[in-house]
Write a protein that binds this ligand. Structure first.
Ligand code: BGC
Length: 747
């Protein structure tokens, strides 16, 4: 039985209880031994794959092209129950292998916040580390951290029996109301590209394929299946495509997932321009393209560069089975193309060692390395936005009033296919929607890591009360006599849904007003997966942005509030003052009936986020790149080391009294004849009090260039360029002038 696809797979995912333990060091399975006898494992992946594919029948190749939903969709509610294919492991996806030739199946799982287990229904009780949101990881501005996080995540996936991780999500935060931004990195292509690429490297170091998604311009959720996202080619190349391109160069992912939406009139999964010309020819991508779940609409998509149909049960047909076979028989798809599709999948498997290091469930599962990594990411990502001397909490015997955010229970997480069942306790779900129904994905859900509980442990002499913040008056009373008020605010986000605006829900702005009127010493801690409006920012003494901080998030928040950890996160997006500051003050197409065709013309082009604000002469509430520390830094002594390639160095000095991590940033501010602002480099450096450290920025020429779509080239014009060192896009030092010769680069 089939269903025509009408919903994103957040509602429809899965895996199954897997076979017994084999660790990473495991010997190849017997199936693999067959192949290694025929094709020496030492041979290079291309040769081995060519020889393997040359022995495949058409049927065997077709098996590799049709992905299946790896669970019985009935368990998620709202869909008829059909058992998943034999061999699947109750996860998002499964693709059978070709055992006789040593090609293993693909066991695919979501994704970047941990090994997915949607609403704990895919594999009830199967826990994995619930990592902080990708957006919080990005706030570290540290590719090394992203690499290590990827590797911890890859290791968990592998130990759970999965060899494909369906991520990372590299979409730009173009639309700050997009419900999935918490799964993405930033509003900047360089930051996204370098962090995403590093994460891919980490994942794949564990013999797990990373699938970079959602290619491309999948900037919103509602009606994404019928969305035609329109943008000028040059602008696209300079923004989101640049993020993908850099990540691909840095991380060489085994797979790329094309998206639900259309791009300039053509579904991305059926776009020869995007998949064949840009991705495979110009960028030399040698892995395979998989569709998003339900995004394949015909066998002809194979002719456009799509190599694998994912989640075929939610498409109208398993197009890449019989329909594709017939297409080959009729000469509409070439046999060569078919072999290329198989070669891409098999070569990637051999390159990343999926055959030699089979993914298998390892019991008992050791949650410790993941938990440690999750804690480190939360500590490094949480951003101190404002601090009028109130933090760190310095009075051990203080009376502290903690209010709101279910902070006595845990920390918020985002929802959708990225959901994980944490290893450290039970989830707390606000059952706003029927927990059995499809809309359950919208229920705000909290991971079991209470900041209030940890604060009570860390400050045993303090008196810490908790008020849920349900009523502004009650909260104001609770706040009135405290030395310090810790006010926890939140906004939930979920896949399948965009927020209609950037406001905090449920009267939380009024709550801040009432509490701030009752007590001058308020610290606000915001948990969100997107920029939110903070109309009360002037009325409180401290503001912390904690993203969705993952299963160890409560601890990290408490450590930052007490000063045990010196904050070092920096905003990976701009915090706007109002909706009027956005290119689209109203979310486009809001309220249009589900599945009606919609169009968005991204008129801001490449000027996303901080670049849009600068171009339109507006100042944000807090700029991109902003983040405070409990020490102070000076970033100075710029020098231009070389021009081709361009290298700019500087010295970071810790001018305060505490060790801390600085995130010096380099921005391009002027090209010949034009003012601009573009992140051109960044670093994350640990500096002891009083110490100085030098940092170097190697500037990618594409940051200086414009993409000339008519010529099909990146062009850096000859002339004078200005750069500036800064602590954020809004706090820049003096101009550093560099004269450049013309540079022309292939796309
Ligand atoms: C989502 C993907 C996800 C896939 C499998 C889709 O609905 O858009 O991000 O990887 O489902 O769960």
């Amino acid at each position: 039985m089939r269903w025509s696809h009408s919903l994103s797979l957040a509602a429809l995912v899965a895996t199954m209880v897997a076979p017994a333990a084999v660790g990473k060091e495991a010997k190849p399975s017997s199936a693999n031994n067959v192949s290694s006898a025929e094709v020496p494992a030492g041979a290079n992946p291309q040769e081995r794959a060519l020889r393997t594919v040359s022995q495949m029948s058409v049927d065997e190749m077709l098996r590799l092209f049709v992905g299946h939903v790896g669970i019985d969709l009935g368990v998620l509610g709202g869909m008829p129950g059909v058992p998943p294919p034999a061999g699947s492991r109750n996860s998002a996806g499964f693709v059978p292998g070709v055992e006789r030739l040593g090609v293993p199946p693909l066991w695919e799982t979501d994704a970047m916040l941990g090994v997915g287990n949607l609403r704990d229904k895919m594999r009830p009780g199967d826990t994995a580390t619930a990592f902080p949101s990708t957006l919080l990881l990005a706030a570290s501005f540290d590719p090394d951290l992203a690499d290590r996080t990827g590797s911890a995540l890859g290791s968990e996936a592998h130990r759970k029996g999965y060899n494909v991780l369906l991520g990372p999500g590299l979409n730009q935060l173009r639309e700050p109301r997009n419900g999935r931004n918490f799964e993405y990195f930033s509003e900047d292509p360089l930051l996204t590209g370098l962090m995403g690429g590093a994460m891919i490297r980490g994942i794949q170091s564990q013999h797990v394929v990373a699938a970079a998604k959602h290619f491309a311009l999948n900037s919103t959720q509602v009606n994404q299946n019928t969305l035609d996202a329109r943008i000028d080619e040059g602008a696209l190349r300079e923004s989101e495509l640049l993020a993908f391109q850099i990540a691909l160069e840095q991380g060489r992912p085994g797979s790329v997932m094309c998206s639900y939406n259309a791009l300039n009139g053509t579904p991305t999964c059926n776009s020869p321009w995007l998949l064949e010309t840009v991705l495979k020819k110009q960028w030399k991508f040698d892995g395979w393209v998989m569709s998003d779940w339900g995004a394949t609409k015909g066998a002809d998509f194979a002719n456009s560069g799509l190599d694998q149909q994912s989640g075929s049960e939610i498409d109208a047909e398993p197009w890449f089975a019989d329909a594709l076979r017939q297409s080959v028989q009729k000469g509409q798809t070439s046999k060569r193309r078919l072999r290329d599709m198989a070669l891409r999948i098999v070569r990637t498997q051999f390159r990343l060692g999926l055959d030699r290091f089979p993914a298998a469930r390892t019991e008992p599962f050791d949650p410790e390395p993941g938990a440690r990594m999750a804690l480190e990411v939360a500590r490094r990502g949480i951003v101190l936005l404002k601090n009028n001397g109130i933090l760190p909490l310095h009075q051990p015997e203080a009376i502290i009033s903690a209010i709101g955010g279910f902070a006595d229970r845990g920390v918020l997480r985002g929802s959708g296919s990225s959901e994980v069942t944490p290893t450290n306790g039970k989830l707390f779900v606000m059952p706003a929607f029927d927990e059995q129904g499809y809309e359950a994905v919208r229920n705000p859900t909290f991971l079991p890591s209470s900041p209030v509980k940890v604060l009570r442990e860390k400050l045993p002499l303090a008196m810490i009360s908790y008020d849920p913040g349900m009523g502004a008056k009650d909260a104001a009373l609770a706040a009135r006599n405290a030395d310090t008020v810790l006010l926890f605010l939140w906004r939930h986000e979920t896949e399948t849904r965009d927020s209609p605006d950037m406001r905090l829900p449920l009267g939380q702005n009024e709550l801040v007003e009432a509490v701030a009127a009752a007590n001058p010493n308020v610290v606000v801690i915001v948990q969100s997966g997107n920029p939110v409006l903070m109309p009360w920012a002037d009325k409180v003494k401290g503001i912390v942005w904690a993203g969705f901080p993952g299963q160890e998030g409560g601890k990290a928040i408490a450590e930052i509030l007490t000063g045990e950890v010196n904050p070092s996160g920096h905003l990976p997006f701009s915090l706007f003052r109002s909706h009027e500051q956005l290119p689209f003050p109203e979310l486009p197409n809001q309220g249009v009936a589900f599945f009606k065709p919609v169009t968005v013309n991204y008129k801001e082009g490449a000027d996303v986020g901080y670049r849009w604000l600068a171009k339109s002469g507006q100042s944000p509430l807090f700029p991109f790149g902003h983040g405070l520390s409990y020490t102070t830094f000076d970033i100075a002594n710029p020098s231009v080391g070389a021009v081709k390639p361009l290298r700019i160095s500087a010295v970071v000095r810790n001018t305060g009294g505490k060790a801390g991590r600085a995130v010096p940033q380099l921005y391009l501010t002027q090209t010949p004849g034009e003012q601009t602002i573009k992140l051109a480099g960044f670093a994350s450096v640990l500096v002891e009090a009083g110490e100085s450290k030098s940092v170097q920025f190697d500037v990618d020429p594409r940051i200086l260039a414009n993409y000339d779509a008519a010529k099909g080239k990146w062009v850096v014009r000859a002339g004078s360029y200005n750069f500036a060192l800064g602590k954020s896009a809004g706090e820049l030092g003096p101009a550093i002038k560099v004269d450049m010769q013309t540079i022309t680069l292939d796309p």
